[in-house]
Write a protein that binds this ligand. Structure first.
Ligand SMILES: *Cc1c(COP(=O)(O)O)cnc(C)c1O
Length: 423
């Protein structure tokens, strides 16, 4: 099995005349079709809302496309909140799911009317002190501890994760907030990351629905929404089967009807905060082979580096690579595909079997639409790339220009030596 890029060699040869490599390019058609599929999969729940996890891809042009399908923003920092506001996304269209949150960020979230999702029980008092009074709607992030198991084994380890309230703290927190006048409550939980199985959301939903019924019975709190957060994965490996969002939505509906409806809680809204699933497959990093090196191993040096896509260096994550124009050639050569950072982990692929690569070949690194560009940094003084949108009509729009040296030097007000350079 293979992954097929959404751009051809001919198209890239045309694009590079205006925008040199490396760049991230996004597929508008794919983003739209998927956003619609998500909306349809949860249409059974009248209050359903996807809050796109802004950290996954904070490009306003892309978030505005999602917004056409009813998506709001899941933010966790002041600048993400500012970005949402700049796009006209405010009020309950923002979920503020932060942790270790500075006071001014809570204040700003409240100013925008965002729904505040607390990460810890001590933040009840913290927020009350900042705002004077708690907002009418509050949410808490739940962490049951232990390990999160599914039929194919352990998926993740909530017991080791810094996030959320324990079970006891959920009950105590709801009681405290109810006494302080909070009227509507939400439950949020994120227990496993990049799950490539239709089981995750339904299993999480069951757990949260049961907790919701108990919280309502024991504290009398009105639960307005349950937020399944992120964690729905994508098939980075060509042999993986993609999640079926329709089937996921249907299984969540079954759990809802089995657990919430009989408890008189058929008015609860389902929220999600997917980042990866909304954008991951619809972004690709396009880079050019600029060197080949034959030493103890065979290396291909490309013009992108970990600054443009950090996941392989940081997590050893697999990102599929297609050599444009050589899609049908046999993968008979074993390469390390490297960037130029002075760090030996700056490799997009290690011992990867690929067709013979020549200098000047364009490589497509797949599935960079989420946690790709946005994780970028400026190590070695490397600049961040441009972002392009491949529109439905086949034209290309620049949706973020590449950084220039002047951007890199912009914060050095105290030492303006760089002014002697021309940018
Ligand atoms: C990262 C994050 C998400 C998105 O996760 P994905 O795996 O990209 O879907 C959602 N909510 C919160 C609070 C997060 O930190």
């Amino acid at each position: 099995m293979s992954k097929i890029p959404f751009v051809t060699k001919e198209k890239i040869e045309e694009i590079v005349k205006s925008y040199p490599t490396p760049f991230h390019i996004y597929d508008e058609k794919g983003i739209r079709e998927n956003a619609k599929a998500v909306k349809d999969a949860f249409a059974w729940n009248p209050g359903f809302k996807e809050y796109f996890a802004v950290k996954a891809n904070p490009n306003p042009r892309l978030i505005q496309i999602l917004n056409e399908y009813g998506c709001g923003c899941d933010c966790s920092s002041k600048t993400e909140l500012m970005l949402s506001k700049a796009m006209g996304i405010t009020g309950s269209n923002i979920m503020f799911s932060s942790n270790d949150t500075p006071a001014e960020e809570y204040a700003y979230a409240a100013e925008l009317g965002a729904i505040i999702n607390l990460d810890d029980i001590t933040h009840i008092e913290f927020v009350e002190n900042i705002l004077g009074k708690l907002p009418e709607t509050m949410s808490c992030r739940f962490n049951p501890g232990g390990v999160f198991k599914m039929s194919n084994g352990i998926m993740d380890n909530p017991g080791d994760s810094k996030y959320g309230f324990t079970t006891e703290q959920m009950f105590e927190g709801y009681r405290i907030m109810k006494e302080k006048g909070v009227k509507n409550f939400g439950i949020h939980s994120f227990l496993a990351s990049n799950t490539v199985t239709n089981e995750y959301y339904p299993m999480l939903a069951k757990q949260l629905f049961e907790l919701a019924v108990k919280l309502k019975e024991e504290t009398g709190a009105h639960i307005r929404f349950i937020n399944l957060s992120g964690g729905v994965g994508i098939p980075y490996l060509p042999e993986q089967t993609p999640n079926d969002i329709k089937a996921i939505g249907e299984e969540v509906r079954k759990a809802y009807e089995e657990i919430l409806v009989p408890a008189g809680m058929g008015d609860v809204s389902i929220f999600t905060e997917m980042g990866r699933f909304m954008m991951g497959p619809y972004g690709q990093l396009v880079t050019k082979a600029i060197h080949e090196k034959h030493t103890h191993k065979e290396y291909i040096g490309v013009d992108a580096c970990a600054v443009n896509l950090m996941r392989p260096a940081m997590y050893g994550a697999y990102h599929h690579i297609t050599v444009l124009g050589k899609e049908n050639e046999p993968c008979e050569f074993k390469y390390d595909v490297t960037g130029s950072l002075c760090e030996n982990n700056d490799k997009f692929a290690i011992d990867r079997m690929l067709p013979k690569i020549e200098k000047g070949d364009y490589l497509v690194i797949h599935d960079t639409g989420a946690h790709g560009f946005s994780m970028g940094y400026n190590y070695n003084g490397k600049l961040k790339s441009a972002e392009l949108l491949l529109k439905e009509d086949g034209s290309v729009e620049l949706i973020r220009r590449a950084e220039k040296p002047s951007d890199y030097f912009a914060t050095l007000d105290c030492l303006p030596v760089y002014q002697e350079f021309e940018f």
